[in-house]
Write a protein that binds this ligand. Structure first.
Ligand code: SAM
Length: 245
């Protein structure tokens, strides 16, 4: 049942994206964190928004990213339902956020957190330009050590491809627990790469247990993907679902 509903929601997003090129479904692949100008200073957000890829270009990039990331296979493991309250952390410009938004639907809400105001500005910009508005997405500017979600009854907190960038992981996990309802779950979905801050299953279990979570589910969703002309790439992606002790 969940699978059918999930598949329908994701299929609808992708169908809408492919049918309506004028309102493409965009995400963050072309945007890097921070936006220094030549002198290393950050430019005004309005300037930044003029420099990022336009919606159509971003849409094309993100559909390529889908082939590598296979978000539908990941989302299906999360057990999300319409009406749920989800906090996403390290949301960037919204690659995963728009999927989450579609699944929880109009009765649900996605609090989209990042510690970088530029990323949240890009998220809002793309949501308005290509997703029909923010809808049920609420941007939340967090601190390095605390997502600062505005409520304490979240069903799930999701980190998609972001936790490896967090500099204060242990503290962040302890603080994040306060925003989950009793029995709430926290999903860390990330690649294991040497330059990804030594993120491994063992590290997630250790950090989680220190912060008062236990690992309830784990799956290696890594896969090869086609680079064209016979070439193959490898996408490392691991799903860890932690529950509050
Ligand atoms: C590699 S990007 C991934 C963005 C997005 N999830 C995606 O897959 O496209 C990592 C994001 O995490 C954010 N980030 C890093 N440390 C953070 C923290 N402590 N709290 C919230 N966001 C953070 C960065 O600003 C960046 O937008």
């Amino acid at each position: 049942m969940i699978t059918k509903r999930f598949s329908r929601n994701v299929a609808l997003i992708l169908l809408a994206s492919s049918l309506f090129a004028s309102i493409p479904f965009v995400v963050s692949a072309g945007i890097s964190r921070g936006s220094p100008d030549q002198a290393g200073q950050r430019i005004p957000i309005e300037e930044f928004l003029k420099k990022i890829p336009d919606a159509a270009a971003q849409w094309a990039e993100d559909r390529k990213r889908d082939l590598r990331d296979r978000p539908e296979a990941i989302l299906e493991l999360l057990g999300l339902e319409p009406g749920m309250r989800v906090g996403e952390a390290g949301t960037g410009a919204g690659y995963f956020t728009f999927f989450l938004s579609a699944i929880v639907g109009e009765r649900g809400v996605v609090y989209a957190n990042d510690n970088d105001a530029y990323m949240l500005a890009a998220l809002e910009h793309y949501a308005k330009g290509s997703f029909g508005g923010l809808k049920n997405i609420v941007p939340v500017l967090g601190a390095d050590e605390d997502p600062l979600f505005p409520r304490h009854d979240l069903d799930m907190i999701v980190l998609y491809g972001s936790f490896h960038d967090f500099t204060r992981r242990a503290e962040w996990l302890r603080n994040a627990k306060r925003y989950l309802k009793s029995g709430g779950r926290l999903a860390i979905i990330d690649g294991y790469y040497p330059d990804h801050g030594a993120l491994t299953k063992e590290a997630v279990i250790e950090l989680g247990s220190q912060a008062g979570y236990r690992l309830a589910f784990y799956k290696d969703c890594s896969s090869e993907y086609d680079l064209g002309e016979g070439g193959k790439g490898f996408r490392s992606n691991h799903v860890h679902i932690l529950v509050r002790d």
